[in-house]
Unconditional design. Structure first.
Length: 153
């Protein structure tokens, strides 16, 4: 099942890298750029999130919040955030409920690791509807950052 622009974004509450509960509904009235990524500290994931980190001011200026989501623990995500100086929350989908709801989930991934978030990007508008959806089948591919920026504008 893949989510399409115009559909309501699936609601969720996850534990953040700050060990706080963060809900999508907390951001009603703002745009949300939601990035799913397979694993903290892997090369392509780092590039994906560092690109958002380096363009943070652009999104902040457009009343948009960035959130990263993976199945890593909040503790791993806290370290990843600290090492890479991310200004945005990383959310732990440790129980593997949100990634499947967004169609961004590998049942079977590399090295026999099962149940990992696919690399994906969603832009959610102020009313919590999806305005941009991109789910990548290949973990080595990066989302279309220009298209994401355009969707937020």
């Amino acid at each position: 099942m893949s989510l399409q622009p115009g559909q309501p974004a699936p609601q969720f509450t996850l534990v953040s890298s700050e060990k706080k509960q963060v809900s999508l509904s907390d951001f009603k009235g703002r745009k949300v750029v939601l990035h799913f990524f397979p694993m903290a500290f892997t090369s392509v994931c780092t590039v994906q999130l560092c690109t958002m980190r380096d363009n943070f001011g652009y999104y902040d200026g457009l009343n948009a919040v960035i959130l990263g989501v993976s199945v890593d623990s909040p503790f791993t995500l806290a370290k990843f955030k600290e090492v890479e100086n991310y200004q945005f929350d990383l959310l732990s989908d440790f129980n593997k409920e949100v990634s499947p709801a967004y169609g961004a989930f590998y049942e079977n991934w590399i090295l026999g690791l099962n149940g990992v978030s696919k690399r994906a990007a969603f832009v959610i508008d102020e009313e919590q509807n999806i305005v941009y959806a991109e789910v990548l089948e290949l973990a080595t591919d990066l989302p279309d950052f220009a298209a994401i920026a355009e969707a937020v504008k």
